[in-house]
Design a protein around this ligand. Sequence first.
Ligand code: GLN
Length: 473
Amino acid sequence: MEIYRSLKTLQADLYSQKFTVTAYIQHTLQTINAHAHLNAFVHVFEESALQQAHNLDAKLQNKQTLGKLFGLTIAIKDNIVYANHPATGASKILEGFISPYSATVVEKLLQEDAIIVGTTNCDEFAMGGSNENSYYGPVLNPHDTTRVSGGSSGGSAVAVAANLCIAALGSDTGGSIRQPASFCGIVGLKPTYGRVSRYGLMAYGSSFDQIGPFTHSVEDAALILEVIAGADAYDATCSPKIVPAYTSSLHSNQKYKIAYYNNALEHEGVDTEVRAACWQFIDRLKQEGHTVEAIEFAELDYIVPAYYVLTTAEASSNLSRYDGVKYGYRAKEATDLESTYKLSRSQGFGKEVQRRIMSGAFVLSAGYYDAYYSKAQKVRRIVAEKTHKTLEEYDFILCPTAPTPAYKIGAVQDSIASFLGDIFTVQANIAGVPGISLPLYQSQNGLPIGMQLMAGRWQEEKLLAFANDLHII
Ligand code: GLN
């Protein structure tokens, strides 16, 4: 069977009955098994995927109306729940947990006849940028299996990049969709905060988290966003704003005004090939008639610290629900309530998650609140206001998605060094604006280099149209 990298081409073959949906899913499941060494999946949902395929074949036979995502094989990050299926957030503490309900995004995918093939590996509770913090071990980058996939949604990126399914969902708190998309050479979209419901997404930093798609084409990203976006009674932060038909306006052919940060490009942590790719991109845009201007971003060095203070604070509160009582793992040696909490949490959470819970509790503690948490909130406000102002003047902000291409597994041991890898992605989360990573360049040794574009809040339509003009597969 040929490899399908876009839903349209697959649907054409399904409609013409070249093969059945069931045959396609059987083939997909075999492909997933044959690539088990990449460690992209935590759970593969053979039974329900085949069942859904049978239902879709029957619908096609009976000439019933088919959903927009008919036949789409899609994986979901292991922190998004699907009723009667396991989800662990790649943590030992949720080992054996079966969700009693489905996330809103899952309901929406199924309503439009997508087929959920499994959950994907990630950094534990989405905390990390290389997928090395997973209880299930690292995910291998298909472009070079000695290198990381990126993270935290590494399994979702690899599932798409290695053609194990057509699309995947990830979550992005500080870059977890865009950065692995950049490392793996695919499209990754983080929507505006509040565009997509977070109901059924395991909370990390609730005021930052958003769910979004990984795909090969911008068109598929637009289509999936069209389906998963929109108001939800179960998530008060989810906006009731009308969801535009993103796929009907994918060709803009307009000339835009684009800003880039000189100090970001010249930053010492930026790899020379990434910098060169970015200059090449700027030249290309100018040649194509866009206005591209350098601006300063004086707060650049403060955004990563502010992000980590705020997200660890939120995480320390969000993760208090995993206590050995309600769900998942419980320490066998526990004898009373206190030892149940202490032992289950210290045995169930990995090192990075424990570090973040502790730093979050620290920055919120009475004596340090003003020095850390309040200060970080102020930085957030300044950065958000500045970002919004820039995006009133310019259509887009452009920068590399990550300062380096994918690095070797085990090469970055220190948390701080790994945090600095988020320097270009956290701004979109701090300001709540949409951002997309496009696989436009490669290093000399063939590693993908993604370019990121950010747009103003609720401007996914313009962002996707421009992205589609730049990256057509
Ligand atoms: N690397 C960042 C972190 O570790 C981003 C993670 C994310 O977006 N979930 O927090």
